[in-house]
Design a protein around this ligand. Structure first.
Ligand SMILES: [Zn+2]
Length: 321
């Protein structure tokens, strides 16, 4: 499978500039775009850890240098407004700060609420509807197509194996970015950074299913992009959640998807399960999970019509193991 310019990655500050430059040297041909939240205001950041990284000495300067280096490779820069409680003033201030630092973004990924402000301050950019908009049903996507003039939908969770929705978006002239490794429970209902809600859905699901089953359902192994479980024809980019991890993590994720290797990584460190599904509540289960069981569940998922059967979030509870 050809992964040239296929990955949409998060810009992590858990690295020095030189290490990042060497990473780009190795992987730039596979990278379509980097998404990032600039150091303008705490509200732009979901994770405290990511926000705090900016306060270390020299990190802000390193950040702007990294953006320039990314640009020099012809890789797209994607600005995020995907957190709650932003307003037009802050979106305008962000546009100013970027201009002051000589950064021109290619695309803006946002929550629907910020559409007007994004259009005002970032006219003519590629507009991307964030995963955090929480689309779970086709009707919501249809409404969003009507409401926003956006080119791209970022899909994940309940949609991860819904090949029909990727084809539908393509017919509508839209692109899909598929979030590969951060799938929340299909019946979670909200992933708008409300982690306690996600944890609660997961605990509820654990009463009915094994952790291996839930992980198999919510994670994406490399073979699923190759064997038809997920049809990549109409998927423009594979989005990776990686911003709170270092570059070693990101190298592992990319290598695994590109080469198809899974077993070696799990054998080396069970925390590497996070490569393919890193929702926070799974981590404490990783060391006890049985890879063979996960593979069996993946096999079952493949031999049902995953797109149909696993489409509606409510259906997941009725799945038999
Ligand atoms: Zn969730």
């Amino acid at each position: 499978m050809d992964f040239t310019k296929k990955f949409n990655l998060g810009l992590t500050l858990e690295t020095g500039y030189e290490e990042f430059a060497s990473f780009l040297e190795t992987y730039h041909t596979y990278i379509h775009s980097f998404y990032f939240s600039p150091p303008v205001d705490r509200r732009l950041h979901t994770r405290t850890k990511v926000a705090q990284a900016f306060w270390l000495p020299g990190k802000k300067r390193q950040f702007w240098k990294m953006l320039a280096l990314i640009k020099s490779y012809g890789i797209e820069l994607e600005l995020l407004f995907n957190t709650l409680q932003l307003d037009a003033e802050l979106i305008g201030k962000t546009a100013q700060q970027l201009a002051r630092n000589g950064v021109e973004v290619d695309s803006v990924c946002f929550l629907g609420d910020y559409y007007d402000a994004v259009r005002t301050y970032f006219p003519g950019k590629k507009y991307i509807l964030s995963f955090n908009n929480g689309y779970q049903r086709k009707a919501q996507i249809e409404q969003a197509i009507e409401a926003y003039d956006a080119e791209v939908f970022v899909l994940g969770s309940a949609f991860i194996r819904n090949n029909k929705i990727f084809a539908y978006l393509h017919e509508q002239g839209k692109q899909t970015y598929l979030l590969l490794n951060n799938g929340c429970s299909f019946n979670c209902g909200t992933c708008n950074n409300v982690l306690s809600v996600c944890e609660k859905s997961f605990q509820e699901n654990l009463k009915h299913h094994s952790v291996e089953y839930l992980y198999a359902l919510q994670s994406i192994f490399p073979h699923e992009l190759r064997d038809g479980t997920i049809d990549p024809t109409h998927i423009q980019c594979f989005k990776i959640s990686n911003r709170s991890s270092n570059l070693k993590f990101l190298r592992g994720v990319l290598d695994s998807y590109i080469t198809g290797r899974v077993d070696d990584y799990v054998r080396a460190d069970t925390n590497n399960y996070a490569f393919w599904g890193r929702a926070g509540y799974f981590w404490k289960h990783f060391s006890k999970m049985d890879l063979q069981k996960i593979r069996q569940y993946k096999e079952q998922i493949l031999h049902k019509d995953a797109g149909e059967r696993l489409y509606a979030p409510d259906e997941t509870k009725r799945e038999t193991e």
